[in-house]
Design a protein around this ligand. Structure first.
Ligand SMILES: [Zn+2]
Length: 173
């Protein structure tokens, strides 16, 4: 699946075409002039699954896209960050809280669309407990709350959020 619309070779500037170099692999944008192959790897994100008294912590978005809808805390892994440091820095930014314990919950394939270009995402979710549950909302948030899994508010239509919540319901039913 080619998600990026690559038109010109970043090495020689010639036109790029989508070809399949090995039958077992997806097609990649490839330069027929200099043989450059534009391999497309997913962008990593991290997400926190925080449960308290069997209720799930969700944050409400202040801005578009998906203004006023709810989501799991988390975000993109920046260059130089590990999954661990990215998760802590997102929780600092969004809620000003420190992680106490963290356990791998699963990884999920997703997509993110910006300006009509779809980015492939691989989201890693961790089950997190916090050092304390006093929240101070970051600039991009409208609200934070805990919700029973069978009474969730309207979730932003991120594929990874939906998949994580589905798995959570299955494992907590
Ligand atoms: Zn080229």
């Amino acid at each position: 699946m080619n998600l990026k619309k690559i038109k010109f070779c970043p090495v020689c500037g010639a036109k790029i075409v989508n070809i399949q170099t090995k039958s077992s692999q997806p097609t990649h944008p490839t330069c027929l002039t200099c043989q450059f192959v534009f391999y497309q790897n997913p962008t990593p994100t991290v997400l926190a699954v925080i449960l308290k008294n069997k209720q799930l912590l969700l944050i409400q978005r202040k801005n578009s896209p998906y203004q006023n809808l709810w989501a799991l805390p988390g975000g993109f892994v920046e260059v130089g960050q590990t999954l661990d440091s990215a998760l802590q820095s997102e929780l600092d930014e969004e809620l000003k809280v420190k992680i106490k314990t963290k356990k791998y919950f699963g990884s999920f394939v997703s997509q993110y669309e910006l300006h009509g270009i779809k980015e492939a995402i691989v989201a890693t979710a961790f089950k997190v407990t916090l050092q304390n549950y006093q929240f101070s909302l970051g600039d991009e948030l409208k609200n934070v709350g805990f919700f029973a899994l069978d009474h969730l508010p309207k979730i932003a239509p991120f594929f990874d959020n939906q998949k994580i919540i589905k798995k959570l319901k299955e494992t907590h039913s």
